[in-house]
Design a protein around this ligand. Structure first.
Ligand code: AHR
Length: 325
């Protein structure tokens, strides 16, 4: 473990951004210790994200203490407290929900341990509680999904009666991607009065959750034209429910998802999903790079946005052979 003597400049310099300061003393054993509190293993995306973090830590020679919160905020808080007690050099985590982090982040700050957010943001007025946030722009992802629907609504003949009924499978309630992907999508589809979200419910980012919610939607609403799923796994669950109801996914009901993991891309290439907005889980290398800089007292940007694209069925077929996750 490095003997980190980072003086949280926000404390010393009265509100100055933590990312612009920091500084640590010479290493005890030269190795950085990172405590990482993961959300869980709810989706293909999350599994790929965990692998990326573990592999990158190994490659960078960072000693990684890893915990899986099983999608429960109280478990993440417990892990963070334990990392504080163990005096790790840096804490990183992907917050399961946006709110409720101030108390534990204050504890990390008092212990002079820098915190890096990855993948998901926290909702706090005190941005000195973390150094930087590495991850996607979820609002933009929702906008891209909405834009595809607006652009393709007519061409795809989504509904014969001129109304396009969308059901939404939301991610974990209160999580940044669920809030932002909903907002981005709604903002864009509001420009087209024929498109309406008729039902919206959480499937908790899991395949099983997506399947169960879709089964209930199909039973209560015979006129579903489009499924907007906040991730591939819920979209894949919805496909199972649609098939079981005797309909053809991608044809009778259009499907838009977010992530672009292998299973999602395979369904897209097969025409069972119509459009995927990419969300990259490969955040490990950037995280290790930032951790090294922060522990060395170097400046890092306050926000690092992941670069992403979108996929049509043709593009998915082309990309699949090289897809790593
Ligand atoms: O926070 C990223 C989201 O969390 C991914 O889109 C989803 O698959 C995961 O569970």
């Amino acid at each position: 473990m490095k003997k980190t003597l980072i003086s949280l400049c926000a404390l010393a310099l009265g509100g100055m951004s933590l990312s612009a300061c920091g500084g640590s003393e010479a290493a005890d054993d030269g190795k950085i210790t990172m405590g990482f509190a993961q959300v869980g293993a709810e989706s293909g995306w999350r599994t790929a994200n965990t692998t990326s973090i573990q592999d990158s830590a190994k490659e960078a020679g960072i000693d990684l203490k890893f915990s899986d919160a099983q999608q429960k905020q109280e478990n993440q808080i417990k892990s963070i407290r334990s990392y504080i007690q163990q005096k790790v050099d840096v804490i990183a985590f992907s917050p399961v929900v946006e709110t409720g982090w101030d108390a534990v982040l204050q504890e990390a700050k008092r212990a002079k341990i820098p915190v890096v957010l990855t993948d998901r943001a926290v909702d706090t007025e005190d941005t000195s509680l973390y150094v930087t946030f590495i991850g996607s722009d979820f609002v933009e992802e929702g906008e891209k999904a909405g834009q595809w629907l607006v652009d393709n609504a007519e061409a795809s003949d989504v509904d014969k009666d001129g109304a396009i009924n969308v059901v939404e499978l939301q991610g974990t309630t209160g999580s940044a991607p669920a809030i932002d992907r909903k907002k981005g999508f709604e903002d864009v589809i509001s420009s087209d009065s024929t498109i309406k979200i008729t039902s919206s419910q959480t499937g908790d980012f899991t395949r099983d959750g997506g399947k169960q919610v879709m089964e209930a939607f199909l039973q209560s609403d015979p006129k579903i034209d489009v499924v907007y799923a906040h991730n591939d796994d819920m979209g894949l669950g919805a496909i199972e429910a649609i098939k079981a109801a005797g309909k053809k996914p991608g044809t009778d009901i259009k499907i838009i998802t977010v992530d672009a993991v292998k299973d999602g891309m395979t369904a897209l290439a097969a025409g069972e999903i119509n459009f995927i907005v990419e969300c990259s889980p490969l955040l490990g290398p950037q995280l290790m790079d930032v951790a090294e800089k922060v522990v060395a007292g170097e400046e890092v940007p306050e926000r690092i946005v992941t670069e992403e694209t979108t996929f049509t069925p043709e593009q998915a077929a082309e990309a699949l052979p090289d897809r790593k996750y």
